[in-house]
Design a protein. Structure first.
Length: 398
């Protein structure tokens, strides 16, 4: 029951946070935007998330996950309401900044809850919980375009506000006194600890490239599929197929890690990044068949989007007990740079090549495969650090 509640909060948080992806076609037409401007909406979401990620981690560790999620859903509701009233592109950017800020608190809070309730059997629950991210996007991809088509883009934003406002009112916070409030000295010590932990810094810096790839997929997949002469409804359906591949990946990658690599998450991570880069590189070269697009959608979802469950599990294991929120928030702040800088860069590549998406996908795929090679070379050093430094259960990590 507890896992189901946490998963629902993850689903509905991303339902709102990822709304820019299935609504990108309608936003582009409604606000008369080019591809780079559409990409800046993604940047706004991640700037919002990045600006609160570190602080949200501290909030989780001091106020508790449930209270943090109540606050986060209140901010999500406010951002959705501002999007409903947006009359200009700049106003819409501000609204999505707030949406990103609200969602930036959800992942650290849910990560902390999973580790507190399930450790040491946390890998599968974490993967199941993270599958709520693409499930939320699937719901958004199904519901929001239908609302926008039959009513209007603003009605879709209004629906987002109603959903998030209701959840904010329903969430119950922790009982008074159930969370030990850290002292100022302890908080400073935690901050110094996380920013001096090279494991978090190296893994998060490399993951920023996966974040760039993931958000470029979310932002441009539908636009690319429509550009190769598929109707919007078919493109949205293929996007849902991609997200189903992501759901499978987020659930199955923890098991694959154990079966192929004996629980060595860094090696599994290298495999995921390599396959993600390869899938994105060959994506524009598979032809215009709907079957080819569907197969590639599943493959991209399983790799370039599903990496997150492996990542949040790894960061949560690295964190000392009681600091999962802070470590998760810090890592999210770092990887957000990939989305903030990379997504508009992807749009710029499309615009500068005359609206062609192929060079963008191939450049992105090549970059991921190069970073996978770097991760492979860094693996012995990271593994040695894993074995020596403090972590959640004070057990050797691989």
């Amino acid at each position: 029951m507890f896992l189901a509640e946490i998963m629902i909060l993850q689903i509905m948080g991303n339902f709102t946070n990822s709304s820019y992806a299935p609504l990108s076609h309608f936003i582009k037409l409604g606000f008369i935007l080019n591809e780079a401007s559409v990409g800046l909406i993604t940047s706004a979401v991640f700037i919002g998330s990045m600006s609160v990620s570190f602080l949200s981690g501290l909030v989780v560790d001091s106020l508790g996950p449930q209270r943090t999620m109540k606050i986060s859903y209140g901010i999500l509701a406010l951002g959705s309401l501002l999007a409903y009233f947006a009359q200009s592109y700049i106003f819409l950017i501000g609204a999505y900044y707030l949406v990103g800020a609200g969602y930036g608190m959800v992942t650290p809070a849910t990560n902390s809850s999973i580790m507190d309730h399930f450790f040491p059997r946390h890998a599968s629950p974490m993967g199941i919980k993270q599958s709520g991210v693409p499930i939320g996007t699937i719901l958004a991809a199904i519901a929001l375009p239908l609302i926008a088509l039959h009513f209007s883009l603003r009605t879709a934003f209004l629906a987002l506000f109603i959903v998030t406002a209701v959840i904010a009112l329903v969430i119950r916070g922790e009982k008074q006194g159930s969370i030990e409030k850290p002292t100022r000295e302890k908080t400073r010590g935690t901050v110094r600890k996380v920013f001096s932990d090279r494991r978090v810094l190296i893994i998060s810096a490399i993951t920023a490239f996966l974040s760039w790839g993931q958000q470029s997929v979310f932002t441009y997949f539908v636009l690319y599929v429509t550009s190769i002469n598929f109707q919007v409804l078919i493109a949205e359906t293929m996007f849902i197929v991609l997200l189903l591949g992501s759901v499978m990946g987020r659930i199955l990658w923890p098991s694959i890690t154990m079966r192929l690599f004996g629980g060595h998450r860094i090696r599994n991570y290298t495999l995921i990044m390599t396959l993600a880069g390869l899938m994105l590189f060959i994506f524009p070269n598979t032809g215009g068949s709907i079957y080819a697009v569907a197969i590639m959608a599943v493959a991209i979802g399983f790799t370039a989007v599903a990496w997150n469950s492996n990542y949040v599990t790894l960061i949560s294991e690295i964190a000392p007990k009681g600091n999962v929120g802070t470590y998760s928030g810090t890592s999210m702040m770092i990887i957000s740079f990939g989305s903030i800088v990379g997504t508009p860069l992807s749009g710029f590549i499309v615009d500068s090549t005359g609206g062609r998406f192929g060079p963008m996908w191939m450049f992105l795929g090549s970059s991921l495969m190069f970073m996978a090679l770097l991760l492979f070379l860094f693996t012995p050093r990271i593994t040695a650090m894993m074995a020596k430094q403090e972590n959640f259960g004070n057990v050797p990590l691989k």
